[in-house]
Design a protein around this ligand. Structure first.
Ligand SMILES: NC(=O)c1ccc[n+]([C@@H]2O[C@H](COP(=O)([O-])OP(=O)(O)OC[C@H]3O[C@@H](n4cnc5c(N)ncnc54)[C@H](OP(=O)(O)O)[C@@H]3O)[C@@H](O)[C@H]2O)c1
Length: 221
């Protein structure tokens, strides 16, 4: 039986899933280390994700070393990973990750990148293989479903790609880790949502000392 289509992101209390744009990514490594915007971007990103970095699961998966926190945040991070049979990703999220993921990228399942760029599949250690899909979100979803088996399909991000799936009525469920941080500006998760189409049914709300995890089912209005 096909699994659910879901997304799971960390969001600032004022609705942003990432700080301002990352045009500095196109700079050379040397330019980047000298660019103060990188430091600011990373500081904001760390605040947004401060609930997940200390968890045992995250540390293991990103090869940060042994140990780490157990508990609700760790359980949620692990379950989110384990339920995912394959993912869809936007090209800007991929571009950022290509520079920063370890050689064994943290997905360990197929990832379909929606993009206008034509590119051969890119195999990483540990079972992550990136495919580049040039014919839209429905094609990517159909391909990802074919390989996800009976596990769920994750729309990994970023904001533009998630929004396309929400507005197309293709999301069954989503979770937000609502971080106690204000960005004021950045990449807004629901900018341009078709609010007349989407209705939400609360499924769960769980709090840890670091963050509030909210889960909703998506219904058509
Ligand atoms: N807070 C979190 O938990 C979380 C999770 C994931 C990501 N993020 C953040 O999200 C940010 C990236 O999000 P974003 O909204 O800027 O971009 P995005 O959704 O990652 O990528 C958008 C790009 O994907 C390609 N694309 C999307 N739909 C397409 C389609 N139908 N056909 C062809 N190409 C398509 C286009 O790139 P091309 O035209 O260049 O091909 C488009 O510009 C990053 O900063 C990342 O860190 C945050």
């Amino acid at each position: 039986m096909a699994g659910k289509v879901f997304f799971s992101v960390s969001m600032s209390l004022d609705g942003f899933i990432a700080p301002e744009s990352m045009e500095w990514l196109t700079a050379t490594a040397e330019q980047r280390t000298q660019d103060p915007r990188l430091e600011r971007w990373m500081a904001q990103w760390m605040e947004l994700q401060q609930w997940v970095f200390p968890t045992r699961f995250f540390r293991e998966n990103l090869r940060f070393g042994e140990g780490g926190e157990e508990g609700l945040d760790n359980d949620i991070a692990r379950l989110t990973f384990e339920r995912t049979g394959a993912s869809v990703m936007g090209k800007r999220m991929f571009d950022a990750g290509e520079h920063s993921w370890p050689e064994d990228a943290p997905f360990h399942t197929p990832v379909f990148v929606v993009t206008h760029e034509k590119r051969d599949p890119w195999e990483r250690l540990g079972g992550t293989r990136f495919y580049f899909v040039n014919d839209g979100i429905e094609s990517a979803l159909s391909q990802v479903r074919d390989v996800a088996g009976d596990r769920d399909v994750r729309i990994a991000g970023g904001g533009a790609t998630i929004l396309e799936y929400v507005n197309a009525g293709l999301i069954d469920e989503f979770s937000i880790a609502l971080s106690p941080v204000l960005f004021g500006t950045g990449i807004r998760l629901f900018e341009g949502v078709d609010a007349g189409r989407v209705a939400l049914e609360p499924i769960r709300a769980e709090s840890s000392p670091r963050v509030t995890h909210l889960t909703y089912a998506v219904r058509e209005r």
